[in-house]
Design a protein. Structure first.
Length: 309
């Protein structure tokens, strides 16, 4: 079975943890144990988020005033390499030496006129109190928004249009490699736009990794898309006494509900897009239950139609 797994950035660095290299490594080691078991039984393409990591790099870059801070596309490429290296090494340590594990730095084309550039919505970096976020917004001219009870920086998140390097990804998968690609949603690039100019240039944004993974999984005709996050399922009435988990559901049923734009919303959109585009299932749930999710007994199973409906 060809499995595509989108690994959430918060699964690699939990919300309550300081963003140290050691914390990140310990979380990746724990994630690798779950993912290696999947890779032992299936063809696996792995993507990952980078919200906490790219936000930290942006803070570090802004702290050095003698050089203009690097744009988000360059910082995204740095997180691709950093997280890809850590995931690749820990997975390779758990799999047979004959199994190739490789990381691809992946560019993804976006529309330079995407409305998302005028309406930042993608949370990155650490959590702040409201007072801290107001001070940072004034000092750095960043857009801040509520994320649960805290506040985070938000940046443009244009829709992915085309994954560049798809042929290399497909070639590696066909030869049994475990491929790590499109980290952080891929590096956003856009057409230069001059007449007769077919070149691309980087743009300062962070593509939603779930939407990019859904596009990539459709292009690869994956058998199942797994969106692994830090909650066990999609919930209705999240945070209220009436909250309840969804077990099996169709894209049509999910369309009746509204989910948070910066968190569960893109995951639901990505899952529904994959199911509609392929007729195969998608699952949203906790990485710790990934084997049960693949077996259909855990997480929110999004299917073209649910038996009995």
């Amino acid at each position: 079975m060809k499995v595509v797994v989108a690994l959430g950035g918060n699964a690699l660095l939990r919300r309550d943890q300081p963003p140290t290299a050691d914390n990140q490594l310990q979380n990746i080691r724990a994630a690798a144990v779950q993912l290696a078991r999947v890779a032992a039984a299936h063809d696996l393409l792995l993507t990952h988020g980078n919200g906490p990591q790219v936000g930290l790099l942006a803070l570090q870059a802004a702290a050095y005033a003698k050089v203009q801070a690097y744009p988000l596309d360059v910082l995204g490429a740095q997180t691709d390499g950093m997280l890809g290296y850590l995931l690749e090494q820990e997975l390779a340590n758990l799999l047979p030496a004959t199994r190739t594990v490789t990381t691809l730095i992946t560019r993804v084309e976006v529309d330079p006129q995407d409305p998302a550039f005028a309406h930042p919505s993608k949370p990155i970096g650490p959590m702040y109190t409201q007072a801290e976020s107001e001070r940072i917004a004034e000092e750095k001219h960043w857009v801040m928004a509520a994320d649960g009870a805290a506040f985070r920086r938000v940046v443009p998140s244009p829709a992915p249009l085309r994954v560049l390097g798809l042929q290399a990804i497909r070639w590696l998968l066909e030869r049994g490699a475990l491929v790590i690609a499109a980290g952080g949603g891929g590096i956003p690039v856009a057409a230069t736009g001059g007449q007769g100019d077919t070149g691309l240039h980087g743009v300062s944004a962070v593509i939603d990794k779930d939407l990019c993974t859904s596009l990539l999984a459709r292009e690869l005709q994956a058998d199942v898309l797994v969106i692994a996050t830090d909650v066990p399922a999609v919930y209705l009435d999240w945070g209220l006494p009436t909250q309840r988990a969804l077990a099996e559901v169709t894209p049509q049923a999910l369309a009746r509900y509204a989910f948070a734009e910066g968190s569960m919303g893109p995951k639901v959109e990505a899952a529904c897009g994959f199911v509609r585009g392929t007729g195969n299932r998608a699952v949203i749930g906790s990485l710790e239950q990934i084997e049960q999710m693949l077996a259909g007994t855990a997480g929110t199973q999004v299917r073209p139609e649910v038996s009995g409906n």
